[in-house]
Design a protein around this ligand. Sequence first.
Ligand code: IPM
Ligand code: MG
Length: 352
Amino acid sequence: MEAKIVVLPGDGIGPEVTAEALRILEAVAKRGNHSFAYDTQLMGGCSIDRHGVALTGEALAACQASSAVLLGAVGGPKWDDPSAKVRPEQGLLALRKGLGVFANLRPVKVHPALIDSSPLKPERLAGVDILVIRELTGGLYFGQPKGRDVKDGHERAVDTLEYHDFEVQRVVELAFRLANDRKRKVTSVDKANVLESSRLWRQISTSIGKANPGIALDHMLVDTASMRLITSPGSFDVLVTENMFGDILTDEASVLAGSMGMLPSASIGNGGPGLYEPIHGSAPDIAGKGIANPVGTILSAAMLLRHSLGLPAEAAAIEAAVYRTIADGCRTADLGGSLGASRMTDEILKRL
Ligand code: IPM
Ligand code: MG
């Protein structure tokens, strides 16, 4: 097959990890006689330096015209001034919105060989296999009004948690579809005891649950969910939640896997190009040293093959190769090892 993949290396370790993921994609392309064309574009701090904005209209248009987008990471201390009007993260939010990728899939699996890398007790971690689905283009990140003003002589800041019924419906329906191929259990996480938006969320997920009697639906308050992710992570299958709750819970859940460097994500919408990125950040402290863990980005590339290019066997082959590489004891620095990003990728390629 032919596909056009836009690559957004971004900032910090982003260029290092995307370069390794491209080596894996090329190996897959060669083996399967696929032809992937790569178009590298700027997004994040690197785009601010060059163009004054985190995402140009041209870069967004290239992403919209692609089969899929592979992203490294954005941000860094250079652009961290809180009073700055342009920020690298704006590029990421504009890209998510511009691609209409309303569902962010963050699978969290614990490799048996990495159980000791997690701060949790091993007996809590056995068999953990969670798919967190974070709503990505609504909620607190995008609700209006948003901003600063002066009210009653005091400076005021406003963010709005806003959801329309259709925004909740499409992401919860996706959670049910994906649960169907898993353990058939959906945990819908909200704060319905306090927030009106959560009461709408619960009302809609309840009716979707009624229409899907083969799948067990649980409602859980977000504070309880944050506790259960630590005390009984094995009890979750698919977890679906609001944008910011999902942002927080996925960082928490990543600790289960031993290192954030391991975890991929896929952001998908209604059939347009998907956006694939590791869940870790730009890690400016180790950027340029060649020691970043490329696994999160490589597994994101596998998700790209599965969800955007319709190549599930190729995706599974990459996942199996990563699994064996870890089982064989290969480790990057974040997991206490000494392999650099390229050497780790060499090991994965050997097993692919
Ligand atoms: C993430 C990140 C982003 C988010 C930031 C960089 C804007 O934390 O992808 O989880 O909050 O969505
Ligand atoms: Mg986050």
